[in-house]
Design a protein. Structure first.
Lengths: 230, 391
């Protein structure tokens, strides 16, 4: 049985800059399997966030083919990609991107609302997700009253609440101190063990590299090293 | 789903929402108040005119044109039988009109003399004051405005000069027997009222009249070929025209207020899209389609209008109600300016006015919410996530 989650062949991505183009990704070939815990590692400007965005369907490839969860991302419409993200993907952002007017519970609930999940089922799933990140006591708090670690745990709960197949995390620990970074990574490792979801991180934070099962090194838009950790 | 999210966003934004909603609610209030005032003015002027002058309508001599005093000379005759029958049944009363000159304090003033039966009770005029005066002079009833202009008081005498039906000028002494306080300037300014029989005798027009005013709710079928029937709608049209002429001012105010409210909401929406770029990006990343994000922002604008309606009812409703019951005292006597205006203006808020105003404001709010929200469809999720909004 094919357990490929992401399959990328000869991917290039260019952005118009001034009168010319900036190449963010060059001939990237990559396959990610189910249950993976993979880091896209590299310095700033190496193309890891762009690669993550292309995988997440937030950006389109300029050249090459990208298949995510069996769907080609090359010729899908905005709405189809939105639907794929809504049902099968979760996102964790560096700056958390929590909606400030919502409570922890409401922020976590949002993907379920977008997926038209029944309110009773929502209550159960949100409570479980919040509990799994250890935030049950802050479920009614607004993001402005949370610490950075709590905000990121809320974002993690929001990313996993609808049990997606693929969770994409862009620098999830960049805004956190060492203690919180390790706490967050422990939660994510635990979730990876318990869920069937695959995790892909874009990071240059050395603190978290020890947790990764596979590291794909990027430099100037190219994959320079692909290392599986035993 | 969108509704719940939009409502949550609006309620969560607290101060921003309160300010937006307040501006819209205030616009609702001002628009309703001003238009209610105009409707009230119009209705009051109509009521006063009907009560004091028109009653159920009139039959005019074919030559009679109230706006042309030169027509009065020929606008008189005996009454057709069926109209006379109404008068005999006390369902109508005749009025004889003529142009005269008066000499209060030795000054000359043109005036319109109207002969009216003192015992009529079809229009609300104190004509009974003309009854039973027999001091050899002509008893005269005038309005406050006329008294002020001519500097006449009750008991003052002055010369009246007129031309009778034989084209002969004659003159006699008139005495002010009563000064009426009326809101209807048409009964007041430039008018002197005398008993009908005296007017007929002065003008050598026995049994003649210029027009006949009949009672409200008259059902008698009069089919007079000689005299022209003028119903209430016809008789109030000049007064409606005066009010209508003033309406563009109110409409300009209405448009300015509406534009202010619309700009406020438009601004808020544009600001929202700029300030909430990251939120838009997050919603897109979570799988919300662009059209749904546009729908969400438009709905937020629409809910703004709903909340504004509620705020208007709660906050400004009692004020509208108070003015609707107590009225607004007017410091100036508008009758001197040729306007029929109550001393206390009572606005009228009709259901039609409320519904049309609220519908119009709501539609405009929806449009100005949608226009800036449409820009989201051109937004790239990655740009939005970086908080980079499009211009």
């Amino acid at each position: 049985m094919d357990n490929t989650v992401v399959s990328i062949a000869n991917l290039s991505k260019q952005f118009p800059v001034g009168g010319g183009f900036f190449t963010a990704l060059k001939d990237v070939n990559l396959t990610l399997n189910e249950g993976g815990f993979i880091g896209l590692v590299g310095p700033s400007g190496s193309g890891k966030t762009t690669l993550l965005n292309v995988i997440g369907g937030l950006d389109s490839p300029t050249k090459g083919s990208v298949h995510v969860l069996g769907h080609s991302m090359d010729n899908t419409s905005h709405n189809e990609r939105a639907s794929l993200r809504r049902k099968h993907m979760g996102f964790i952002f560096q700056s958390y991107n929590l909606l400030p007017v919502y409570t922890v519970f409401e922020n976590v609930e949002l993907p379920l609302i977008l997926n038209n999940v029944d309110p009773n089922e929502r209550e159960k799933l949100v409570s479980e997700a919040i509990e799994s990140v250890g935030l049950s006591h802050r479920r009614d708090a607004k993001p402005t009253t949370l610490s950075g670690g709590e905000c990121q745990r809320t974002a993690i709960a929001r990313a996993i609440v609808h049990q997606p197949s693929l969770i994409l995390a862009d620098e999830p620990t960049a805004n956190l101190d060492a203690e919180n970074s390790h706490h967050i990574m422990n939660i994510l490792v635990e979730l990876n063990k318990n869920l069937t979801s695959s995790f892909v991180f874009a990071t240059h934070d050395e603190k978290i590299m020890g947790y990764l099962k596979r590291m794909v090194y990027l430099e100037d838009g190219k994959i320079v090293k692909d290392e599986t950790i035993k | 789903m969108l509704f719940n999210i939009a409502l949550k966003n609006l309620l969560g934004a607290r101060l921003r929402t309160i300010l937006n909603v307040f501006v819209t609610a205030f616009s609702f209030f001002i628009i309703l108040f001003f238009l209610g005032m105009y409707d009230g003015m119009l209705q009051h002027a109509k009521n006063v005119t009907i009560d004091t002058e028109i009653a159920g309508g009139a039959y005019w001599h074919p030559e009679y044109d109230p706006l042309d005093p030169m027509s009065y000379e020929d606008a008189h005759s005996n009454l057709p039988d069926d109209i006379q029958a109404l008068i005999d049944k006390k369902k109508a009363f005749p009025v004889l009109v003529s142009q005269v000159s008066i000499y209060p304090g030795g000054r000359i003033m043109p005036a319109i003399l109207k002969g009216i039966p003192p015992d009529q009770n079809i229009v609300n005029m104190p004509t009974e004051a003309l009854q039973g005066i027999n001091d050899g002079t002509i008893p005269v009833l005038i309005g406050k405005g006329m008294a002020k202009d001519s500097k006449l008081k009750v008991g003052d005498s002055f010369t009246i000069r007129w031309m009778d039906s034989d084209k002969t000028y004659d003159a006699d002494e008139g005495t002010v027997v009563y000064i009426m306080d009326t809101e209807n300037f048409k009964l007041d300014m430039g008018h002197i009222w005398v008993p009908l029989n005296i007017a007929q005798s002065m003008l050598e027009m026995k049994e003649e009249a210029t027009y006949v005013t009949y009672a409200k709710g008259l059902t008698d079928n009069i089919n007079s070929k000689q005299w022209i029937s003028r119903d209430v709608n016809y008789l109030v049209q000049d007064m409606e025209a005066i009010i209508e002429a003033d309406k563009p001012g109110a409409q300009i105010m209405y448009m300015i207020l509406l534009a202010l409210a619309a700009m406020g909401i438009f601004n808020a929406q544009v600001l929202s899209i700029f300030r909430r770029g990251k939120e838009i990006g997050t919603l897109m990343a979570l799988g919300m389609t662009r059209s749904r994000v546009v729908g969400l922002f438009t709905l937020e604008g629409g809910l703004n209008a709903v909340l504004a309606t509620m705020m208007m009812i709660i906050l400004f409703g009692p004020i509208l109600w108070y003015f609707g019951v107590e009225g607004i005292p007017l410091p100036i006597d508008y009758s001197e300016m040729g306007l029929i205006m109550a001393k206390r203006l009572i606005p009228i808020y009709s259901i039609g006015l409320i519904i049309s105003t609220m519908s119009l404001v709501s539609i405009i709010v929806l449009i100005v919410s949608y226009i800036p929200s449409r820009k989201i469809t051109h937004m790239k999720p990655t740009d939005a996530l970086r908080g980079k909004a499009i211009a």
